[in-house]
Ligand binder design. Structure first.
Ligand SMILES: O=C(O)CCC(=O)C(=O)O
Ligand SMILES: [Fe+2]
Length: 414
């Protein structure tokens, strides 16, 4: 399937018809429903005191199978293999910044809730605490193409998702900001529904302003996830159920992930050592061919890695091993703790285990080396901007540090 990359980059999404052919739809639905039943059993077992018998299935506005690959068996392997097809992975390869690095990133299923929950909030999938200001992400996107593309593949007709075409390339307008402040769950001028029939797909840049317009009880089973240039799988034992080819593909990506983690460490060590050549070599290995704007975003991501390492070390020493439960003990806000402990490979955050590669004193040096950049990414006061997945914070949502170049960053290592 040949797609129009320019159209994708211009409007921020492409609708593809018949990604799941009608003849296969019945079987694919049945395979996913088996996973839904498995997850429902788990949710019922894990329900909190006071929850209804079904737990999450009954309480969430969008019950979601996250990493459903952990639920598969040989009979339901198709639910994973769907991500490896020519009309999914092959399409993403045409769209991503580094085609040869295209790999599956997250396999989820979005389900309708048991009762109507109405509209969600308009947002971009951007959280500046551990990503970068939107303007920087957009310059990188326009310079290099996407690091990640997201997919919705509905198994039943679905027009829940709305988008503002073209908004991935620009900040919100004043009018959009006003409308979102007035009502983040209302219709937004320029917004349009993505109308998909069962088996169609939309592939999109998740910096787009987008909207879950109505989380109603109408049957929804929509495959959700994407492809990225930064593979990461905490555990690939699920691949034992796949075809030999698919198993080999995941094994290859798992190895690539280990190499990327090593390069991330090398980049951070180059900053500790003040070795500019090694630093630039690490960026090039992480994202081959990346331009100046992309190097700036990768540098910000490395500054976040330094931050996450510092948070993990701090909590480790405070809690004597029980790091995840002690954030309140040392004044680290819950949001920082959550981001440090939740791998986010799209921003080269490899999770808390990555912090073990550095000693506590190296973590302190890292924080010092990144301090100028980190300070420039923050305002004096907590503030808020509409249309992001974040609460008020000091990190800038939209604007990059004015006049601060990659050379300035390197000079700031001290
Ligand atoms: O329900 C959808 O299609 C959109 C979901 C979404 O935007 C999100 O989870 O970030
Ligand atoms: Fe989203």
């Amino acid at each position: 399937m040949q797609v129009d990359r320019q159209q994708f980059l211009d409007q921020g999404y492409l609708v593809l018809r018949g990604v799941i052919p009608p003849a296969q739809l019945h079987q694919v639905r049945a395979d996913f429903e088996a996973l839904v039943e498995r997850q429902k059993t788990i949710w019922a077992q894990e329900r909190a005191p006071g929850d209804p018998p079904g737990g999450v299935w009954e309480t969430q506005r969008q019950p979601r199978l996250v990493s459903y690959n952990t639920l598969i068996d040989a009979e339901t392997a198709s639910t994973v293999e769907i991500w490896l097809q020519e009309n999914t992975l092959g399409v993403s390869r045409q769209l991503l910044s580094v085609p040869e690095a295209a790999s599956v990133a997250g396999m989820m299923l979005m389900c309708s809730p048991v009762r109507d929950h109405g509209p969600a909030e308009w947002h971009r999938d951007v959280h500046p605490i551990d990503m970068a200001p939107l303007a920087g992400l957009q310059k990188d996107l326009l310079e290099n193409g996407p690091k990640y593309v997201q997919w919705n593949i509905p198994l039943y007709d679905d027009d829940v998702l709305w988008v503002v075409p073209g908004s991935h390339r620009r900040l919100n307008t004043d009018s959009e900001n006003q409308q979102l402040l007035d009502n983040p769950r209302g219709s937004l001028s320029g917004g349009a529904p993505v109308e998909l029939n069962a088996g169609d797909a939309v592939v999109y840049i998740n910096y787009l302003l987008h909207w879950g317009s109505d989380y109603s009880a109408k049957m929804r089973r929509t495959i959700h996830g994407g492809h990225s240039i930064f593979p990461y799988y905490p555990d690939i034992s699920f691949s034992a159920f796949l075809s030999p080819d698919a198993r080999a593909t995941f094994a290859h990506w798992h190895k690539k992930s280990a190499e990327l983690q090593d390069w991330t460490e090398s980049g951070l060590r180059a900053v500790i050592d003040g070795d500019v050549g090694a630093y630039l070599a690490a960026l090039e290995a992480i994202q081959p061919g990346v331009g100046e704007d992309g190097k700036m975003v990768l540098s910000i991501y490395l500054s976040k890695a330094a931050l996450h390492i510092q948070v993990v070390k701090h909590l480790d020493s405070a809690a004597d091993g029980d790091a995840s439960s002690s954030a309140h003990l040392c004044g680290i806000s819950e949001e920082y703790r959550r981001r440090a402990f939740q791998p986010h490979p799209l921003s080269i955050n490899w999770g808390p285990r990555f912090a073990q590669r550095f000693t506590a004193s190296e973590a302190v040096v890292l924080q010092r080396r990144f301090a100028t950049l980190d300070t420039k990414l923050q305002a004096q006061q907590e503030h808020f901007a509409p249309g992001f997945q974040a609460s008020p914070m000091r990190y800038f949502f939209n604007e990059m540090p004015a006049g601060f170049t990659l050379a300035d960053f390197i000079a700031s290592w001290g």
